[in-house]
Design a protein around this ligand. Structure first.
Ligand code: ATP
Ligand code: MG
Length: 459
């Protein structure tokens, strides 16, 4: 183990030397870790939840390699949250690691990882990497290559935030801290590793990650990191659009989207990502007597959070529809009580115009964009009760009904009305799903007969 390391007594996982704290800016020289000892309950939790990752680590270690649990799972175990998944970092090169596992597969070209499969679970096993040498023109910090192998110390310092860079050996119980992450975990602070501006310019998506972690874990963003987030936000337009889209969808699905979008806006990150939404929120001037309108977007996010917190998992199309709902509604009111083609076309056209720049810039898959459009154009039907030519049971059977209803539920929650209508549709949907094929056919025929009768009458 590295010299000069500190091994606090069992259970005393919070000790840390002052030198290390003051050393925060000199991590380019290979740092030595402060070593903490994880307490037994944490290790028991790791064994219970991360059984397969522990199998991978045990195999790697028995073959003479260094191997640890890393990243989000160590952070989450330490703060008593259930980890989403368990990632492993090792000194073994991808081919060496792959050879050790029957179900091991090397994936990725630029960024080679080994996936070890146990039934449905995949354990991502990454070789220690170091930050690449700046090969790009002077002053250009954006990292585009990230595939040079390194040591555990180098792997720790190329990570994004101190609390994400802890290594746990689940068998010895040692936690290796190269970056002061344990102390930040204790203080519930999110801090970039190294100089915040440099690290955020290298990869501006870290700005979105900072917001994601701080809202999800309820961690404070350290002041220097926050200042750098604001000054580097404009750089987000140079990041790969699919990565941004993925993070935005994660924020929306986090159950804390309201706080996340408020933070996005206040550190000037919304404008480079979604200029139209930024403009909309900046410039919407509520007319007298309808001042609630300006807050619709935030109400929708609040309702979305309540929905997620109650266990729902909205699809990408629902999330996209929610993001543009307010902008569309301002031009073509979504709550129409007619089934007329012209009204529906007006909504569809506005959705297209609103989504087009976003689809182009964020490379939103066409299928998500067109599904979002469909969900918005279908909203009016939920309040069409009693119209003669409307067959509610058949409506329940159309493709995308469930997503359209999810959107209606969130909209009802946001407006504080219409929840009873939503519940009526839940019952009807159940009823429709129990119809036999013959009953569906009969319902269809009845609809057609009515239409024919109406046409005749018009003639
Ligand atoms: P989650 O619980 O959302 O999975 P996580 O911390 O595990 O959180 P991942 O996106 O799964 O986040 O990434 C795993 C680890 O890889 C992170 O904890 C961090 O150490 C490192 N990492 C991920 N993205 C970056 C990045 N953009 N820059 C530097 N390090 C990163
Ligand atoms: Mg993870």
């Amino acid at each position: 183990m590295a010299e000069g390391s500190l091994l606090p007594p069992r259970g005393g996982t919070r000790a840390m030397s002052r030198e290390r704290q003051n050393d925060r800016r000199s991590w380019s020289e290979a740092p030595t870790p402060v070593i903490y000892e994880a307490d037994e309950s944490l290790l028991a939790e790791a064994r219970a939840r991360g059984q397969n990752a522990l199998r991978v680590i045990s195999r790697l270690q028995r073959s003479g390699h260094e191997a640890y649990l890393v990243g989000g799972c160590v952070r989450d175990l330490l703060i008593g949250r259930a980890p989403k998944d368990f990632d492993v970092a090792t000194s073994a090169r991808p081919r060496q690691a792959k050879r050790l596992f029957r179900t091991g597969r090397i994936i990725g070209r630029r960024f080679r990882l080994v996936h070890v499969r146990y039934g449905d679970e995949i354990i991502e096993t990454a070789t220690f990497r170091r930050a690449p040498e700046a090969a790009s023109p002077a002053g250009e910090l954006l990292i585009t290559e990230d595939n040079e192998y390194g040591t555990a110390a180098e792997d720790a310092v190329r990570r994004d935030f101190t609390v994400n860079a802890l290594f746990l050996d689940p068998f010895s119980g040692e936690i290796l801290d190269y970056v002061g992450g344990m102390e930040d975990l204790d203080d519930r602070v999110l801090r970039t590793i190294g100089d915040p501006e440099t690290r955020l310019l290298e990869d501006p998506v870290r700005i979105l990650r900072a917001i994601k972690f701080s809202t999800r874990l309820d961690f404070r963003i350290n002041d220097e990191t926050w200042v750098a987030m604001s000054s580097c936000a404009a750089g987000l337009d140079r990041s790969a659009p699919p990565r941004i889209l993925e993070e935005i969808l994660r924020l929306l699905r986090s159950g804390t989207s309201l706080g996340a979008f408020k933070q996005l806006r206040s550190c000037s990150a919304l404008e480079p990502i979604f200029p139209a939404l930024h403009e909309h929120l900046e410039h919407i001037k509520p007319s007298p007597g309808s001042d609630a309108k300006a807050h619709n977007f935030w109400r929708l996010l609040e309702a979305l959070d309540a929905d997620v917190q109650s266990g729902e998992r909205p699809s990408n199309a629902v999330l996209v529809a929610l993001m543009i709902h307010d902008m569309v509604d301002a031009t073509a009111p979504i709550e129409t009580d007619e089934l007329q083609g012209s009204t529906i076309r007006a909504i569809a056209k506005t959705v297209d115009a609103t989504l087009e720049p976003f689809t182009r810039a964020a490379r939103l898959p066409r299928k998500d964009a067109s599904k979002a459009r469909r969900l918005l154009t279908l909203q009016g039907r939920f309040t069409l009760q009693g119209k003669q030519n409307f067959r509610p049971l058949l409506f329940c059977l159309i493709e995308d009904f469930e997503d359209a209803l999810a959107l209606f539920r969130i909209r009802s929650r946001a407006r504080g009305r219409g929840y009873d209508i939503y519940q009526g549709w839940v019952d009807r949907h159940l009823q429709a799903s129990e119809l036999s094929e013959e009953e569906v056919l009969a319902e269809r025929k009845r609809g057609r007969r009515r239409k024919r009768r109406r046409r005749k009458r018009r003639k």
